[in-house]
Write a protein that binds this ligand. Structure first.
Ligand SMILES: [Mg+2]
Length: 367
């Protein structure tokens, strides 16, 4: 971020918990809820941010009163501060809340606030936020469509995914990610299919969309060992998969390293990681090829930029994760704009999401 010159004060932080009325808690679908933070200032400029975490927990992280010097509330720490001083405020929140949680939900909540502070910086300077992040902008950035199909059995799921990837192509996308979550801890609507069905769904999508379209695959932590994952994906060369996302449980870093070494695929991960420190583990021990910081969840644009720098130093690519509304999609696009090693950013277009929140907020926040 560029240096701060102007004086301004934060006067209030307003938190909004959003939830779709027909929420399905058995769905692999975090776009059903949202925490949106409005940071108000004494100059009438308001910044908006959001994060991908249980919104009641995030709101508590922001609004909880302070109890001691290492257990401070985020909102209390920020009232009266200069919102343009983003780097210093990030550090203040991180240190002041460290006994509330140096990782996880507290960092997710810091991410929503940091996103709002960066928004204030852009609005104050009357420039797009990417302009203030530093770095050289791309001429163009490329979104990929993230596709979580419908269905409560394999046939419905496969047909829905085929239909959606064709739809993505028809509205101009050149790349899409297939969420093939048929079993494992994050399985969709209670399905429990066998491993070979993942390949079956992938094959149907590749056949439908042809060879000139980029496909990524996310199995959402489906396999419980690298041996089991490798047994399925070792024959995937014919499907030309751009990356395989989160094949193993998030803590199995040695398993991720094996996937990198033995699968023949680019391995992507990082959607749940918070702070640069967790990404250091993922890149250095887990050897992932593509780091996927979620701008809100990792700790905001300020922290996401640090992860981008770490990836560049290590020769890895960045493809930011995003499963929220146009607020986060915009933040991801700003990040992608100034990250040369970012070939795509994740997008949930209104036409290709069942989330009422996503549909309603995409147009208002991305236009
Ligand atoms: Mg994912």
């Amino acid at each position: 971020m560029l240096p701060v010159a102007r004086k301004m004060k934060i006067t209030d932080i307003e938190c909004h918990v959003l939830l779709v009325p027909d929420v399905r808690t058995d769905a692999t679908y975090s776009a059903q809820d949202d925490i949106v933070a409005f940071v108000h200032t004494d100059e009438g400029i308001t910044g908006i941010g959001e994060s991908d975490v249980n919104p009641w927990i995030a709101r508590a992280c922001i609004e909880a009163p302070s109890t001691h010097s290492m257990g401070l509330g985020l909102k209390e720490m920020l009232i009266g501060e200069n919102p343009l001083d983003t780097e210093r405020l990030w550090q203040k929140m991180y240190v002041g809340s460290c006994m509330n949680g140096r990782r996880g939900a507290v960092i997710n909540a810091i991410g929503a606030i940091d996103m709002a502070l960066c928004d204030i910086r852009g609005k104050t300077a009357n420039k797009p936020t990417w302009h203030l992040l530093g770095g050289t902008p791309h001429d163009a950035i490329q979104p990929y469509a993230s596709l979580q199909p419908n269905g409560t059995n394999l046939e419905q799921y496969r047909e829905s995914l085929v239909e959606w990837v064709l739809h993505a192509r028809s509205i101009g996308f050149r790349a899409a990610k297939l969420e093939i979550t048929l079993f494992g801890p994050y399985n969709h609507t209670g399905m429990n299919e066998s491993d070979d069905k993942v390949t079956e769904v992938l094959a149907a999508c590749r056949k439908a969309v042809g060879s000139e379209f980029t496909l990524m695959v996310d199995v959402q932590y489906a396999w419980d060992s690298a041996d089991r994952a490798l047994a399925t994906v070792c024959d995937w060369a014919e499907f030309d998969v751009y990356f395989l996302e989160t094949p193993l449980w998030v803590d199995d870093l040695d398993g991720y390293a094996r996937m990198h070494d033995e699968s023949g695929l680019r391995i992507a991960a990082g959607e749940w990681q918070t702070t640069r420190h967790e990404f250091a583990d993922l890149m250095d021990r887990g050897k992932i090829d593509i780091a996927q910081p979620d701008v809100g969840r990792v700790g905001g644009l300020t922290e996401a930029m640090k992860v981008c720098d770490m990836a560049a130093e290590r020769g890895r690519k960045i493809i930011p994760h995003c499963w929220k509304t146009g607020i986060s999609i915009s933040a991801s696009a700003h990040l992608a704009s100034v990250t040369p090693h970012c070939p795509y950013f994740e997008s949930l277009p209104a036409e290709l999401t069942d989330s009422k929140i996503g549909r309603n907020w995409f147009e208002t926040t991305c236009s």
